[in-house]
Design a protein around this ligand. Structure first.
Ligand code: THU
Length: 143
């Protein structure tokens, strides 16, 4: 079994390491239109961490969120989509409260139905399960 068991929640130290990774990539976000810089860090079940940031475009609708950028980076770099998200942290560069958008929840659910999702609220960071964040996510197979 890997160091990051599916059953055990992340330790405080693992959680802060992941938030730190998200924080450092948030500073690389390209957000000249919204000025809302976001960073995300994915922890896979094998213990690897992949970062992503939001990247906007003059054609506004083409923006990609940090969460999806991080997941797509994991797929491109870890040998395809054969991996599970153990946890994902999402932060604003200046630590404004932020919760993952609906589109990103659906994408996180695809690769991490049991993932722990860490994000900032006005009361500080919280950690919730994907099933809490997106119950009844869309699936092609019959329920
Ligand atoms: N954004 C993210 O990167 N993640 C989210 O979960 C919500 C929104 C980005 C998209 C856009 O570049 C900016 O934040 C403002 O919506």
């Amino acid at each position: 079994m890997s160091e990051y068991s599916h059953l055990a929640p992340l330790s405080k130290q693992q959680r802060s390491q992941l938030v730190q990774a998200a924080q450092s990539v948030a500073n690389r976000a390209y957000a000249p239109y919204s000025h809302f810089q976001v960073g995300a860090a994915v922890l896979t079940e094998t213990g690897q961490i992949f970062g992503g940031c939001n990247v906007e475009n003059a054609s506004y609708g083409l923006a990609i969120c940090a969460e999806r950028a991080a997941i797509f980076a994991a797929i491109a770099q870890e040998g395809g989509a054969n991996f599970q998200i153990r946890a994902i942290a999402v932060v604003h560069a200046n630590r404004l409260p932020l919760s993952p958008c609906g589109a990103c929840r659906q994408v996180i659910a695809e690769f991490g139905p049991d993932a722990e999702v860490i994000f900032s609220t006005a009361e500080g960071e919280i950690s919730v399960s994907m099933t809490e964040l997106l119950p009844h996510s869309f699936r092609l197979d019959p329920l």
